[in-house]
Design a binder for this molecule. Structure first.
Ligand code: NGO
Length: 613
């Protein structure tokens, strides 16, 4: 256990020349806080905190502090004492989402050595996971961590990733064994190995999130974990239509999903305010329909190559992209581009507001089905995953019978593309097709029409608006977000049970959970992260962990322990008062990053909280 300093060191003086420049050079991500940490005198003359993002040249730090020789001597003494005491290893159970079974062995802690080797089964997908692990560990450890593939990987003092082909762990499960002699992750699939790697990452000190080397003791807590997901569908939806987010932002969101063992990224690609994917056969959809956004923010769209890059990056992390083309409503941007699809064949003006339910493509026009066939066909060709999401929400102006007929026809188009259809639960009244999935976003837990569709064979993904909608505010003073489905603090995001949420729907019909992030009021990556963290891990735990592990008291402790990781990785988050965040060992410097405040959230922007509908 590291000894926290008994007096408070001086905060960095940002006005001193050199400080900020040095900081940004050493740490590209924002330094937003400290935790109890070891001070290490690194060989290059910088003084580095083991699990923070802060490093300053030792001489500068001395002068900045303006201390006497005596003060310096006692500071050095404290640092030496901290060096001698090894940092507290993370406890084996401190993983989010909570693993199925955890058996700690206090006598078996493992110390990663500089010459450790990663040995992996000779299978390309497993080797890719080993490469991913090495890439996660190399920046902070500075260790070479070579990857060797072999028929029978054994830890031999390092880390073994063993693709056993054993079906017992299921499609995504893994077993992790940590002993003093090495670490072994075994799984029947590469996805299982990948999830095991995410657990391993969380069990290392938070400093592992640093992007530059730091001298630290890389200790893993001894024992075994056996872990398998509760549900096969664990997702996040990102609305890139209301505001557009470029490829780099989406890739970073994918990294966040991977950390918490989520396996679906649902991209809401089209809406009234913007069409975000290039379609060769209908080019104006993107070039004209993609031009705008809410509040006249800059528009944009993904080229085919951009979209493929997102899909491939997700696939490398065992995440399936589910593209959504929202039909027949939420189509104003498409109608601006192609007025022939509008009921009156007249182009509406581009829309930059936040109302819903006013637009629709004409269900009585055959050209509409050409459009749907072409668009879904082109997107399916770029999407290896099984699912195409057809939207279906809030088509208020289309009469019920016409609507059901339209949805049935679109469901057939999806089936002809050899894909499975997903739609918002409003598609429930349409006839059943094989493997149909409804995405529940209601707020009551009660819907006989959806329950009836389930009786006819549909399965459900649960995104209850009052628990899983991450565009809802945390609290009345949250500077961005909606509140039409209520306020969703971390506990509300966590404390519900997908298996029993919807009356009349049996537990077996539930495929999993998904947290939608609508972006009417969300305009930057920092704001995305602020709305995702800490609620995303709450939904992830509902999707992954067995119900028997569910418990707010344990969850809030485990989750709060991730704060220093997010700080170190430069992830913006809401420092919710519900969670027992670890006490900083030193004062928190003012945030240098763009839009993050540790106390409340992103800075308020005038007029940034549109209501819905
Ligand atoms: C609703 C609506 C979206 C809004 C969102 C805002 C669904 C499925 N349709 O959810 O268009 O953006 O609420 O919270």
């Amino acid at each position: 256990m590291s000894a926290p300093p008994d007096t408070t060191p001086e905060p960095l003086d940002p006005t001193r020349s050199g400080n900020l420049a040095e900081l940004s050079e050493v740490t590209p991500t924002p330094a937003t806080g400290y935790t109890a940490a070891d001070h290490i005198a690194a060989g290059d003359g910088t003084s580095v905190r083991a699990d923070t993002e802060t490093a300053v040249p030792a001489d500068d730090a001395v002068q900045a502090a303006g201390r006497t020789a005596g003060e310096l001597a006692s500071a050095a003494e404290r640092e030496a004492a901290a060096l001698l005491a090894p940092p507290a290893p993370v406890r084996l159970g401190e993983v989010v989402p909570a693993p199925e079974r955890v058996e700690p062995d206090a006598a078996a802690d493992y110390l990663l050595a500089a010459d450790a080797v990663i040995r992996v089964s000779a299978d390309p997908a497993a080797v890719a996971v080993a490469g991913h692990l090495a890439a996660l560990l190399r920046p902070a450890t500075g260790y070479p961590l070579p990857v060797t593939d072999t028929a029978t990987p054994v830890p031999a003092g390092g880390i073994a990733l063993d693709l056993t082909g054993d079906a017992a762990l299921g499609a995504e499960g893994y077993r992790l064994d940590i002993t003093t002699d090495g670490v072994r992750i075994a799984a029947g699939t590469a996805a299982g190995l990948f999830h095991g790697v995410q657990t391993l990452r969380q069990l290392l000190p938070a400093a592992v999130e640093r992007s530059t080397p730091v001298a630290a003791r890389w200790v893993l807590p001894g024992g075994s974990i056996l872990d398998r997901p509760r549900y096969p569908h664990r997702g996040v939806m990102l609305d890139v239509a209301r505001h557009f987010f470029g490829v780099t932002d989406v890739l970073r969101v994918i990294d966040h999903l991977a950390r918490y063992k989520l396996n679906r990224l649902h991209l809401h690609l089209t809406d009234d305010q913007g069409w975000r994917i290039a379609i060769d056969s209908w080019p104006r959809l993107a070039t004209v329909g993609g031009a705008g956004a809410v509040g006249d923010a800059p528009g944009g769209y993904y080229s085919r190559a951009d979209y493929q890059r997102i899909v491939a990056y997700a696939a490398d992390r065992h995440i399936t992209v589910i593209p959504e083309v929202d039909l027949p409503g939420h189509t104003n941007a498409a109608l601006v581009a192609y007025p022939e699809l509008a009921p009156d064949r007249v182009a509406p003006p581009p829309y930059a507001g936040t109302e819903v339910g006013f637009s629709y493509v004409d269900p009585a026009n055959e050209r509409t089905y050409d459009f749907v066939t072409d668009v879904l066909g082109e997107i399916a060709a770029l999407t290896p995953g099984r699912w195409l999401h057809i939207g279906g929400d809030e088509a208020f102006k289309v009469p019920a019978e016409v609507y059901a007929g339209f949805v049935e026809r679109v469901q057939r188009i999806v089936a002809e593309l050899d894909r499975d259809v997903i739609g918002w639960h409003q598609i429930a009244p349409a006839a059943h097709v094989d493997r149909r999935v409804l995405q529940w976003w209601g707020t009551t837990g009660e819907d006989p029409v959806t329950a009836e569709a389930v009786r006819r064979g549909a399965r459900l993904v649960l995104s209850p608006g009052n628990h899983a909608y991450l565009d809802m505010k945390y609290a009345p003073d949250t500077p961005i977000g909606h509140d039409w489905a209520g306020l969703i603090d971390v506990r509300r995001a966590y404390d519900w049970d997908p298996a029993s949420h919807l009356t009349g729907v049996p537990a077996e019909a539930v495929l999993g959970v998904e947290a939608p992030l609508w972006t009417e009021s969300v305009t930057t990556l920092a704001e995305i992260e602020f709305m995702l963290f800490p609620r995303l891990p709450a939904i992830a735990e509902l999707g992954w962990s067995p119900r028997s592990t569910h418990g707010w008291v344990s969850f809030r402790e485990r989750l709060a322990g991730h704060g220093p990781r997010w700080d170190t990785a430069g992830i913006a988050y809401h420092r919710s008062p519900e969670l027992p965040w670890p006490q900083p060992a030193t004062p928190i410097p003012a945030p240098r990053g763009p839009a993050v405040s540790r106390s409340g959230g992103p800075p308020a922007r005038p007029g940034a909280t549109p209501g819905r509908g």
